[in-house]
Design a protein around this ligand. Sequence first.
Ligand code: BEZ
Length: 209
Amino acid sequence: MSAPSMTLYYNAASPFARKVLILLHETGQTGRVSLKPVNVTPVNPHTDLCHENPAGKIPALCLADNNVIHDSRVILDYLDRQHVGNPLIPNEGSARWRRLTLASLADAVLDAAVLIRYETFLRPEEKRWTEWLDNQHEKIARSLAYFEAEAVTELSSHFDIASISLASALGYLDFRQPNLGWRSSYPRLANWYYEVSQRPSMLETQPPA
Ligand code: BEZ
């Protein structure tokens, strides 16, 4: 096998980076990317990463020609065009917009969950904003209720951009909010997640213990 031609700046705890890793596994492209772990938070920027991505955020993908692609959605779109299997982002038609919209809602869960992590882990306790935190939790609850009521059957049809994004989001909730108890409120989602969690791409990319 030839040497990897791309480098992914990532962190094993990042659910956004996990989406990229899952797609690499699902599309047989893991050998094309070398992984560069970085520790980065909003108050602890990483010098090399900031050079590649001025926003200082992971994931960022450095291509063979030294161009850099960043934001997990853009990276997923790029990598999905680099393999010959069925696309994980539908090319056209209503399926494209529906699946991208579900992926976007899953990303909103991720955004809220990561912001909660920053607020409860990084921000000094005396400065925490309870009302703001409550609203992030409510955003997660509304979104999961939508997936439970409106989207589980669709999600079960195939494992694609929407499924990858939601599976990463639920995995991150289990990782950072293990006492949330979302499974009892959303049992259909819990069954779906149990099934997809057995996929090699999910098992190989689990957040650190
Ligand atoms: C985390 O440790 O929860 C985390 C790490 C990187 C990006 C986002 C979240």
